[in-house]
Design a protein around this ligand. Structure first.
Ligand SMILES: Cc1cc2nc3c(=O)[nH]c(=O)nc-3n(C[C@H](O)[C@H](O)[C@H](O)COP(=O)(O)OP(=O)(O)OC[C@H]3O[C@@H](n4cnc5c(N)ncnc54)[C@H](O)[C@@H]3O)c2cc1C
Length: 310
């Protein structure tokens, strides 16, 4: 294995790390090691890493900024591909921006604002990368990143590259078809609208202030744990069932926002997922409602059966 990893290291410009602790790569600060973690520098690196994984019969998991994932305590088998600094090219043309998947969504908004381009003010404060935000169709207050995406460029696990138009992505609330396909989004074309930077700045400040007041952003977490049910808010339901402050180990339902689980220091993935199950049970018993996960569980979570809608 070590020898084979050396071959990969020599063939790409990006980074290759063996047994890399994943807690260092996610906002929850939780998770065991990735068998191999690759940070490709460009599209050729990505192709090389994928063909190496295929040759070695290793599964592949792709991540951006790790702000919507819970990595298991035993880590992740196979190759974790992290699209970050290497994939951060950004180019504006008129009101459009071609941007690579690893570029932070906040950085994209900043650069757009400087050019008097807005329309994505709802996304200020979302801490992911561009790729993750499209895959998750991130958003807030009924506004979604998808409304600003014209097309994306993707690579399949065989290294084949193609384009997908907005309509092919089957966007829905916190959903895109990419969640069900083995495809890697490596860049996207966004469309903005002209807006004075001062106006954008005012809305940014307001949104960031609201987040600071309502969300426990000083603790490691992964944002909202559950999706909102169609007619209510997950946070409200969780609060009504008396779960605020509930703890398993160092994982706690935030006192500030009941749809956030925070890591008080040494929470494990097992703590977090056990707490998720507790909340699901209470909500199901008291409200006859199954709360669906928004966060993605990555790795082995055997032993805890979560409730799922049929
Ligand atoms: C404090 C806090 C606040 C948050 N607030 C919000 C909010 O208001 N609204 C909201 O919607 N979300 C919110 N989130 C969640 C998260 O920031 C978003 O879902 C974000 O868009 C995820 O981006 P990421 O790069 O971190 O993705 P990751 O967590 O790295 O990945 C998320 C999923 O996308 C997949 N993925 C990532 N990149 C790619 C790619 N290039 N190709 C294929 N698949 C890929 C991964 O496999 C994984 O399944 C919040 C999180 C935190 C910690």
């Amino acid at each position: 294995m070590r020898k084979s990893v050396e071959v990969l290291k020599e063939s790409i410009k990006g980074e290759v790390l063996l047994n890399e602790p994943l807690f260092k790569h996610c906002s929850f600060k939780i998770g065991g090691p990735a068998e191999v973690l690759v940070k490709p520098y460009d599209v050729y690196d990505l192709q090389t890493a994928l063909s190496w994984a295929k040759r070695n019969k290793m599964p592949v998991f792709v991540m951006g900024n790790g702000t919507n994932v819970i990595f298991s305590d035993s880590g992740v088998a196979g190759v974790v591909i992290k699209l970050s600094e290497g994939f951060s090219y950004l180019e504006f043309s008129g009101t459009e921006a071609l941007v690579q998947a690893g570029f932070p969504i906040q950085g994209l908004l900043e650069e757009a604002m400087k050019r008097g381009l807005g329309g994505m003010e709802f996304a200020w404060g979302i801490p992911g990368a561009v790729g993750g935000s499209i895959v998750m169709n991130a958003g807030s207050n009924s506004h979604f990143v998808s409304t600003r995406v014209n097309y994306i460029d993707v690579m399949d696990l065989n290294g084949k590259v193609f384009q997908m138009k907005h309509d092919e992505l089957k966007f829905d609330y916190r959903y895109s078809i990419l969640q069900d396909e083995e495809l890697i989004l490596f860049d996207a074309l966004f469309n903005f609208e002209r807006r004075p930077p001062e106006e954008i700045g005012r809305e940014r400040d307001l949104n960031l202030r609201m987040r600071r007041q309502k969300q426990p952003i000083s603790y490691p977490c992964a944002g909202s744990v559950f999706k909102n049910p169609p007619t209510t808010y997950a946070g409200r339901v969780i609060e009504e069932t008396g779960c605020k402050g509930l703890k398993v180990g160092d994982a706690q339902i935030s006192e500030l926002h009941a749809n956030f689980i925070v890591n008080l220091g040494n929470a494990t993935a097992f703590d977090v997922v056990s707490l998720i199950r507790k909340v699901q049970n209470r909500v199901y018993k008291q409200k006859d409602l199954i709360l669906d996960l928004e966060v993605k569980l990555v790795g082995n979570f055997e032993g805890i059966e979560l409730l799922k809608k049929k």
